[in-house]
Write a protein that binds this ligand. Structure first.
Ligand SMILES: [Mn+2]
Length: 324
């Protein structure tokens, strides 16, 4: 409550506020920003939202999604900066230096391994950062609008994969239930965020799945996506993310990896079933995240080398990765 009061005090004092999502922003980060944007506008603040990249097409149906600004639009005019859903300062991408050099910053996040990099840190390890935003707004008795409810519900179903991930707890469902009472159209948001695909994306996802490699003795599945694949299907980073956890459906698979070539590195995203802490693997390679969903990158290995190194590590440490 003390932290909450401090946040509200900072917000009340500020005239102009900038909101920042993490790079490769997902719907939890974007939903958090859109909800805060509307809340702060209602309070009469001058607000801007910033993204490291262009917003993903899938999120363009959301109100105000066209209001996100890019690094080039950044100026020195903000009294207060707020990062949303960013576990560490490097995830702020191009905005890292700007954020760290400002003397009035707030970090609102839900990652357990958050590095508390802002002047004021509100970190609560709930299922989605949108749950944090909801909790903040409800504690100060702010009346959530239907638009804000839509943003927050979107972030929650994003980070819980529609209430199917292991992070889905009773608080998640209670908050979601409250948001539904504000009139959220769950069916429409579910279609927009999970089921709606273009033919290309449909084919891209089937292509990646068709090339899955299973290490039977380890219970590990690996999918790989090269730059060529992305080009061939005109896919986006988010399209890769949408396929990442799919091999967990396979009965003999406990851990899955999605390796993808990026401009300057290879990224590996991990997902696991209950009883497997894949954060250990991501950390070993300089990354981070959650117990059941983590990621790391490498700028020294090729995609095949990175796969080999990670498989080697899993092979040698499977006893540590398995939660007893
Ligand atoms: Mn999140």
């Amino acid at each position: 409550m003390k932290k909450l009061n401090a946040i509200i005090k900072k917000i009340k004092r500020a005239k102009s506020i900038a909101l920042f999502c993490h790079k490769e922003a997902d719907i939890d980060s974007i939903g958090s920003a859109l909800a805060m944007y509307e809340f702060l506008e209602i309070l009469g603040k001058s607000v801007d939202m910033f993204l490291s990249e262009q917003i993903d097409d899938r999120f363009k149906f959301l109100k105000n999604s066209d209001k996100f600004k890019s690094f080039e639009d950044l100026s020195d005019c903000y009294d207060l900066l707020i990062s949303l859903d960013c576990a560490n300062v490097l995830l702020l991408g191009k905005f890292t230096d700007y954020f760290m050099s400002h003397n009035n910053t707030i970090n609102i996040d839900h990652h357990k391994d958050n590095s508390n990099y802002a002047k004021l840190n509100f970190v609560d390890n709930v299922s989605a950062n949108c749950v944090n935003i909801y909790n903040i707004l409800s504690k100060i008795k702010f009346k959530v609008t239907l638009d804000i409810a839509n943003f927050l519900y979107s972030g929650i179903i994003g980070d819980t994969s529609n209430f199917t991930n292991l992070n889905t707890d009773s608080m998640t469902l209670k908050v979601a239930s409250n948001l539904v009472e504000f009139g959220v159209n769950t069916n429409e948001l579910n279609y927009q965020l999970f089921n709606k695909v273009s033919l290309n994306k449909f084919l891209f996802s089937n292509y990646l799945k068709s090339r899955v490699k299973v290490y039977n003795e380890l219970g590990v599945a690996v999918m790989k996506c090269t730059k060529n694949d992305v080009e061939k299907f005109n896919a986006s980073i988010d399209d890769i993310g949408a396929v990442t956890s799919s091999p967990l459906s396979i009965d003999c698979v406990n851990i899955c990896l999605m390796l993808s070539e990026r401009d300057d590195c290879v990224k590996c995203s991990f997902r696991s079933k209950k009883d497997y802490n894949i954060n250990i693997i991501a950390k070993e390679f300089g990354g981070g995240g959650h117990i059941y969903a983590s990621a790391c990158t490498s700028d020294k290995y090729t995609i095949d080398e990175f796969e080999n190194e990670i498989i080697k590590f899993i092979n040698n440490n499977i006893d540590k990765i398995k939660i007893i």
